[in-house]
Design a binder for this molecule. Structure first.
Ligand SMILES: Cc1cc2nc3c(=O)[nH]c(=O)nc-3n(C[C@H](O)[C@H](O)[C@H](O)COP(=O)(O)O)c2cc1C
Length: 250
């Protein structure tokens, strides 16, 4: 997706989190010069007026960022996911869209949604002019895990989330032509390509980046190009959604 270009210095000043990335590799400057700033609109556990929290962050950030994300899907903040209920989500999005100015707004959803919930969210997102849907956040599901840590509290990310989040991504792709951002368990170019074929126009990875570092990004980009070419596509974007009806994701 196109975003305004900013210098490394600007990116670091605007986002304290970016300062934590060490300029250890030659890829650092390449990556940082393409950084797009996204403000995430959350609330805190201790918040007294949750809708106001979203509005406060958006008001502060909207002139400085390329996009804003409404996160209603983190399992780590008590009751946050209740906002995926249609009435609550409508009220929240109306509030956010009223004050967003020209900032495109993304909606980030959970991987634990039922089909009927997905249909309602799609309808509302289209009506509200949401620019893209991010599928998905972490999961509370522990099915299939054998680790002794499996009963730990909180959202689960990484490999165990891959199939589940890709299934939800493909379901959204079948329901809407809104751009989709695929996230959940991506750790290789093959997995990024699978997300793209399931319907993602953009792929995000978080856990794999923590384990493997920034060099994963150029490896992923090169791998994607090779995979798309092997399938006979001139560009990676030509593969977006070609597998959204694959029975694997039904
Ligand atoms: C330590 C950690 C912190 C996260 N913080 C946020 C957050 O603040 N907001 C959010 O929307 N998602 C957050 N996520 C979810 C990730 O953005 C991503 O949706 C999820 O981890 C699945 O992708 P992955 O398997 O590549 O990690 C966090 C995930 C992890 C592991």
């Amino acid at each position: 997706m196109p975003g305004k270009s900013i210098s490394i210095g600007e990116a670091e000043r605007e986002s304290p989190r970016l300062e934590m990335i060490p300029p250890a590799s030659p890829e650092y400057s390449v990556i940082m010069s393409y950084v797009e700033l996204i403000a995430e609109l959350p609330w805190n556990k201790t918040s007294e007026d949750r809708a106001k929290d979203y509005a406060t962050v958006l008001n502060m950030a909207r002139d400085k960022v390329d996009f804003a994300t409404v996160n209603v899907s983190s399992p780590n903040t008590e009751k946050l996911r209740d906002l995926q209920g249609l009435d609550a989500l409508r009220a929240l999005l109306e509030n956010v869209m009223d004050i967003r100015g020209d900032t495109p707004v993304f909606l980030k959803i959970a991987p634990d949604l039922q089909d009927t919930e997905i249909a309602g969210i799609v309808q509302l997102a289209e009506e509200m002019d949401i620019a893209a849907i991010i599928a998905t956040n972490t999961t509370l599901d522990r099915a299939g895990l054998r680790s002794k840590h499996k009963d730990e509290k909180g959202g689960l990310s990484g490999q165990p989330l891959f199939e589940k989040s890709t299934r939800v991504l493909a379901r959204f792709a079948r329901e809407t032509s809104l751009p989709l951002i695929g996230v959940g368990g991506v750790g290789s170019a093959e997995q990024a390509y699978t997300k793209i074929k399931a319907g993602a126009s953009l792929v995000q990875f978080y856990t794999a980046l923590a384990y493997e570092g920034l060099s994963l990004v150029p490896r992923m980009a090169r791998g994607l190009e090779t995979l798309a070419k092997a399938d006979g596509f001139a560009t990676v974007s030509a593969a977006v959604g070609i597998d959204k009806n694959d029975p694997r994701w039904s």
